[in-house]
Design a protein around this ligand. Structure first.
Ligand SMILES: Cc1ncc(COP(=O)(O)O)c(C=O)c1O
Length: 366
C-alpha cells in the first residue's frame, strides 16, 4: 500500500468542476488583484475563524511582514520568537531590521514556553511572536499577561491553525494581530500563495490595507512606503470553494489524530500531547522517536510518506548565525528537531490507510 504524506490531487479532484466554475466567474468579472472574490473571502473567513475582520494578502509571510510594519517595529527593536517554528515567524523581526530573540518551547505543546519569556525581555523588546504550531494553540493567557504588563505587542503566527481555539476563543484575535497562510498544503490552502491578517484592532488593519497596495490610500498618491501584497482574485475564488468544507475536514484530521493517539502503541514513540487549553486542528501530527531517521526510512520502505518538520531549530539556521546563538542554547527545540517525524494526517486519508500506518508503526522495532 502507498500512503502519501500529502496528496493535493486527491483533495482537488472532487472539486475540480467547482473550482473551474469559480475561475470562469473571476475571468468574467475581472477582479484579479483584490476585487470581488477577495472581498467575499475576507468576510467569510473572518466569520468562520470567529474574528472581527480579516485582510487578504499574497502570503502568510507577507502577513507577518505587514503586521511588523504597521506596528512600527524596526531597527534597534527586539522581538521574541520561538526557537522551534517555521522560519517565517522570525522573518517578522528580520524583514523590518529588528533582532529576533529566540526562546525555547514547551516540550509538550511544542509552542512558546510562557515560563521562559520574561528572562528574554529587555527594554528593547517590542513584540512577542507565538506560533500555534502544527495546529495547536500556544498557552495564550500567561503570554498575554506578560505582553500587557510589559506593554509589548503580541502577534499570533496562526499560519497552521485555521479554526483553532484557545480555551474556546478563536486564535488570530487573542493577541494584537494574527497571520494566516493559505499555502496549498495548509489546512485551508489555495491553488497557489495566499495569506491574511486578522485582528480586533481596526486601525491596524486599515493600515495593512494601505501597505498591501503600495502605501496608497488614493490612486497614485502614496502616503507610505508600501508593498504589492494584494491577495489575488483567483486564489480567493479557490479559497471560497474550499472554505465551506474546512470545518468538516478539520474534524477528519482530529479523528485521524485521535486514532493515532489511541492505537499507536509503540512504546518508544512520544505522541503529541493533548493539552488542556485547546484542541489541536492537527496541521501536522508530529511524533518523536530516538531513532527518527531509521523510522522514517522504515516507513518509506513500507510505502508511507512522512516529513521532518522541522529538522533545524531557528537559532541554528545559517542565516541567523550573526545573532551568535550556539548548539545547546535551546535544548528542547534542538531535541525536537532531532527526533520529530510528522505522519500523514490529511483529511483525504482513507480509513484503511490510517489502519496501515498504525500497523506499520506498531511493528517498528528500531
Ligand atoms: C508557522 C508558519 N508561519 C508562516 C508561514 C508562512 O506562510 P506562507 O508560506 O503563506 O508565506 C508558514 C507557512 O509555511 C508557517 O507554517
Amino acid at each position: 500500500m502507498k500512503v502519501p504524506f500529502i496528496n493535493l490531487k486527491r483533495a482537488h479532484d472532487p472539486i475540480k468542476a467547482e473550482l473551474l466554475e469559480a475561475f470562469a466567474s473571476t475571468i468574467e468579472h475581472g477582479g484579479f488583484c483584490l476585487g470581488k472574490d477577495v472581498a467575499q473571502f475576507e468576510l467569510e473567513f473572518g466569520k468562520a475563524q470567529g474574528v472581527s475582520r480579516c485582510v487578504g494578502l499574497g502570503s502568510g509571510t507577507e502577513a507577518l511582514h505587514l503586521i511588523a510594519c504597521a506596528m512600527g517595529i524596526g531597527r534597534g527593536d527586539e522581538v521574541i520568537v520561538p526557537a522551534f517554528t517555521f522560519i517565517a515567524s522570525a522573518w517578522f523581526a528580520q524583514y523590518v531590521g529588528a533582532r529576533a530573540v529566540f526562546v525555547d518551547i514547551d516540550p509538550e505543546s511544542y509552542t512558546l514556553d510562557p515560563n521562559r519569556i520574561e528572562a528574554a525581555i529587555t527594554d528593547k523588546t517590542r513584540a512577542i511572536v507565538v506560533t500555534h504550531l502544527f495546529g495547536q494553540s500556544a498557552d495564550m493567557d500567561p503570554i498575554l499577561e506578560i505582553a500587557r504588563s510589559k506593554r509589548i505587542k503580541l502577534v499570533e503566527d496562526a499560519a497552521q491553525a485555521h479554526l483553532a481555539t484557545y480555551r474556546g476563543r478563536p486564535v488570530g484575535e487573542i493577541g494584537d494581530a494574527g497571520a494566516f497562510s493559505f499555502y496549498p498544503t495548509k489546512n485551508l490552502g489555495g491553488l497557489g500563495e495566499g495569506g491574511c491578517v486578522t485582528s480586533g484592532d481596526s486601525a491596524l488593519l486599515d493600515q495593512i490595507e494601505v501597505l498591501r497596495a503600495h502605501g496608497s490610500k488614493e490612486r497614485y498618491l502614496n502616503h507610505f512606503v508600501g508593498y504589492n501584497n494584494r491577495m489575488e482574485g483567483l486564489q480567493a475564488a479557490s479559497l471560497n470553494v474550499k472554505l465551506p468544507s474546512l470545518a468538516e475536514k478539520t474534524k477528519r484530521r482530529q479523528l485521524i489524530a485521535s486514532r493515532y493517539g489511541k492505537e499507536i502503541k509503540n512504546l518508544r514513540i512520544k505522541l503529541p500531547a493533548v493539552v488542556e487549553w485547546g484542541e489541536s486542528v492537527y496541521h501536522m501530527f508530529t511524533i518523536q522517536h530516538p531513532e527518527r531517521d531509521q523510522l522514517k526510512t522504515y516507513l518509506a520502505d513500507n510505502g508511507i510518506g512522512t516529513d521532518i518538520v522541522y529538522p533545524y531549530p531557528l537559532h541554528l539556521q545559517p542565516c541567523f548565525s550573526y545573532l551568535g546563538y550556539k548548539e545547546g542554547d535551546f535544548p528542547i527545540s534542538e531535541n525536537l528537531a532531532r527526533n520529530c517525524l510528522s505522519l500523514p494526517i490529511v483529511p483525504e486519508l482513507k480509513d484503511g490507510e490510517v489502519d496501515y500506518v498504525i500497523e506499520k508503526i506498531n511493528q517498528f522495532v528500531g
